[in-house]
Design a protein around this ligand. Structure first.
Ligand code: ZN
Length: 262
């Protein structure tokens, strides 16, 4: 976590605070937290063991760096106000939250792994709070490998990526730097099944293959321009929607304004 409370209930940002200003406590569970200011690692607060609080747990170094950079980039943006880290809202705690113009926006940076029930619950909760939600993945692009058979780069998609992709109408946002993200669309990936012919025991001529077959776990990513979180996004509300394996709740989303590029 990047924010902790001092003895007079002030919020302290880890990178602007010295150890001598402590002791510090967790805003959620009130137990003592330690300020960690390494030379290499991102400055942050950490619970003392044993840890019985989920707040701040599982945040990677990358997560902390992305959170701070987005926050600092939006803090002084002319169209943004009340930018805050780790704001305590009822039932959720966005990494970054702010107003863009008059619109309340929350940014969740993906902590991997996450189950889709948790994404569902948070999306629903932000919608109830009238906050428009943006999910960001901290990596700069989806991991791909070259598929020799089809001569293309493919990405092995995870369940929660598919789910985010469905929520945001076919795009997932990967962080680049400051308040810039790149949207990625995942196209279906098909492999050619060779045709084969043979004779059955009864002497009938048989054949199989000779068509493309979709491989559901592999996708072909395509990207578009870099987008600024405050300048290139808009609020939309989408109704509840169900597919075979999941339901997307009625959702208020902070989504980019680009036309489909795929
Ligand atoms: Zn805590």
């Amino acid at each position: 976590m990047l924010v902790a409370i001092n003895e007079i209930q002030e919020e302290n940002l880890a990178w602007l605070t010295e150890k001598s200003q402590g002791p510090f406590s967790c805003p959620e569970c009130k137990s003592e937290v330690i300020l960690r200011k390494g030379k290499v690692r991102a400055h942050h607060f950490a619970h003392k063991p044993p840890i019985n609080c989920i707040y701040g747990v599982g945040e990677s170094q990358k997560h902390l760096i992305v959170k701070r950079q987005i926050y600092e980039a939006l803090l002084n943006h002319p169209n943004c106000s009340r930018c805050q880290l780790e704001r305590r809202l009822k039932g959720v705690r966005p990494d970054i939250s702010l107003y863009v113009g008059d619109t309340r926006v929350a940014i969740e940076i993906q902590k991997s792994p996450i189950d889709i029930d948790d994404i569902y619950r948070r999306t629903q909760r932000y919608t109830e709070l009238d906050v428009y939600l943006l999910w960001i993945l901290p990596d700069d692009s989806p991991l791909t490998f070259f598929h020799k058979g089809e001569e293309t780069d493919v990405h092995r998609i995870k369940e929660w990526e598919k789910y985010l992709h469905a929520i945001y109408w076919g795009r997932v946002y990967y962080w680049q730097r400051n308040a810039l993200v790149s949207p990625y669309h995942f196209d279906k990936f098909e492999t050619w099944v060779e045709e084969s012919n043979w004779y059955s025991e009864d002497g009938d001529e048989m054949s199989a293959g000779g068509y493309y077959r979709e491989t559901k776990s592999l996708k072909v990513p395509s990207t578009h321009n870099e987008l600024h979180i405050a300048d290139d996004f808009q609020p939309i509300t989408r109704p509840q929607w169900s597919a075979k394996n999941w339901t997307v709740p009625n959702a208020k989303l902070w989504i980019d304004t680009s036309q489909k590029w795929w």
